[in-house]
Design a protein around this ligand. Structure first.
Ligand SMILES: [Zn+2]
Ligand SMILES: [Zn+2]
Length: 488
């Protein structure tokens, strides 16, 4: 099995050879848990879930780490706005992340560490970088200080982004309150500010910068040099460039052997942004489309290409999932009918030999595509050819058991890797149970509110509207009745 992956560090396709035979260490940057994750972030979660499943399928023991960023500017801003602690905010959105990830069929990582649980390792990593002379402290007030990475002391800075220091410098910005020597320097540690959570450190009270957590947790859970690190293409600079500089400065060893980045997800051909009003959470997408269709859609393009999240593409995936599931269902029915007719003429396994030969050729195409930089689009093409082949055979009245065994094993295998057929999950093609439960509760409250309004109990009706609003549900009274939508 020759798995070839495109490495963003070398900008070439390379034969994948793990550091330790048979084992893969894999780190993927996880969500900042200040809100529901958006559909653009669902893309790396889904595609790298499938890559991990595939590597397990071909025999690797994969340790897959995906972190939760539970302390940063966005966390603090949102927690203060809602009048809750950063820890409470994190707890809430880690739970919401898990709901959506589970609905999308994303397997749990081997480890899902949180930044705030790894403060000792984070502080330790910063200490090492200072000792090696690649970071410096600047006192901000009293005992507390910021620590910055000294980019000019690190000659290979820019090796992932493939840009020189001069090019990078022209785009660098200095945030208010930063007191660094060079615009390219970035914060490893930020001194405490009023209203922010803080931890004790050799530089006084403060909190880590964003990038350092991934360096610290990657080496804690996977080792100083790891096989694969993945994330969205927007993380190449500065996040991943900074991770490399920090880790390699701290350990003196190469940080990551293969860097993988997925392309952008566009919404109606535009980059998603709150200001364009085309921002969509995964939760909202799950209300519109079944999870299997969302998965099939995400896997229908090469992970490095941009993908356009638009209704016609999604509808096509809905149809595709239906075809896959019908094929599986028809296969089960045909097998039952066959055994009911047992006493009639039975086919011999020899009659299946042509089918099996064609099936194996398509199976080889599936592996060839997956091994070629994880070309899920090509692999899914082969899966649909298999479906076509099965559908032709199934029309015959007399089928040998070898046909059923081979056809079922093939579909089961594709489903275990891609997770787009939902064979062992009756409700996989529907909305998740949590979403359905929540929706019926919303409908119930809307009915109760309508009754309250009818009996002029406006106090109760306002109360219901307010309590739904606190959950992010907005009611709209129309001539056709009350409609609801989720605040995005
Ligand atoms: Zn990363
Ligand atoms: Zn990261």
């Amino acid at each position: 099995m020759n798995l070839v992956l495109y490495n963003d560090l070398s900008r070439e396709k390379e034969k994948f050879v793990p550091l330790n035979e048979g084992r893969v260490t894999f780190y993927s940057c996880g969500p900042t848990v200040y809100d529901f994750f958006h559909i653009g972030n669902a893309r790396p979660f889904i595609v790298f879930d499938v890559l991990r499943r595939y590597m397990e399928h071909i025999g690797y023991k994969v340790t897959f780490v995906q972190n939760f960023t539970d302390i940063d500017d966005k966390m603090i801003g949102r927690a203060n706005a809602e009048g809750i602690t950063v820890a409470e905010l994190a707890e809430r959105f880690i739970a919401e992340y898990r709901k959506d990830a589970c609905a999308l069929g994303i397997h749990d990582p081997s480890v899902a560490p949180r930044a705030t649980d790894n403060m000792i390792e984070i502080i330790d990593t910063i200490k090492k970088i200072i000792e090696k002379g690649h970071a410096y402290e600047v006192k901000t007030s009293g005992e507390n200080g910021d620590v910055y990475f000294d980019v000019r002391s690190w000659p290979s800075y820019g090796k992932l982004a493939k840009q020189s220091l001069e090019e990078l410098e022209s785009g660098a910005r200095v945030d208010v309150g930063e007191i660094k020597r060079d615009p390219l320097d970035f914060a490893l540690w930020k001194a405490e500010k009023p209203g922010e959570p803080s931890w004790d450190s050799p530089w006084g009270k403060g909190r880590p910068g964003w990038h350092i957590e991934c360096s610290a947790m990657s080496s804690k859970y996977l080792g100083e040099t790891i096989d694969i690190h993945s994330g969205g293409v927007d993380l190449i600079f500065p996040h991943h460039e900074n991770e490399i500089a920090q880790s390699e400065a701290a350990t003196g060893k190469p940080f990551v052997r293969t860097w993988l980045h997925n392309g952008f997800l566009l919404i109606d051909k535009e980059k998603m942004s709150k200001s364009l009003g085309n921002f969509m959470t995964a939760r909202a997408a799950l209300e519109k489309y079944p999870p299997l269709a969302i998965r099939l859609f995400m896997l229908s393009a090469h992970y490095r290409s941009p993908i356009n999240f638009a209704p016609d593409g999604l509808e096509q995936s809905v149809g595709g999932v239906k075809r896959l599931r019908n094929c599986w269902g028809d296969l089960q029915n045909a097998r039952q009918n066959q055994s009911a007719r047992q006493n009639q003429k039975t086919a011999t396994d020899k009659d299946a030999s042509e089918f099996i030969r064609e099936l194996h050729a398509l199976d080889a195409r599936f592996y060839e595509a997956m091994n070629d930089d994880f070309n899920t689009a090509g692999a899914i093409g082969a899966v649909f050819e298999v479906v076509k082949l099965i559908n032709i055979q199934i029309r015959q009245s007399c089928l040998p058991s070898a046909f059923f065994d081979e056809a079922e094993a093939a579909l089961r295998k594709f489903d275990a890797i891609l997770g787009v057929i939902g064979i062992d999950d009756e409700s996989a093609n529907e909305k998740s149970k949590e979403v359905k439960d929540e929706e019926s509760e919303i409908e119930r409250l809307i009915e109760e509110r309508a009754a309250a309004r009818k009996s002029k109990n406006f106090e109760r009706s306002d109360e219901i509207r307010a309590s739904l609003l606190s959950l992010g549900i907005v009611l709209e009274d129309t001539p056709q009745g009350t409609k609801w939508k989720r605040e995005l």
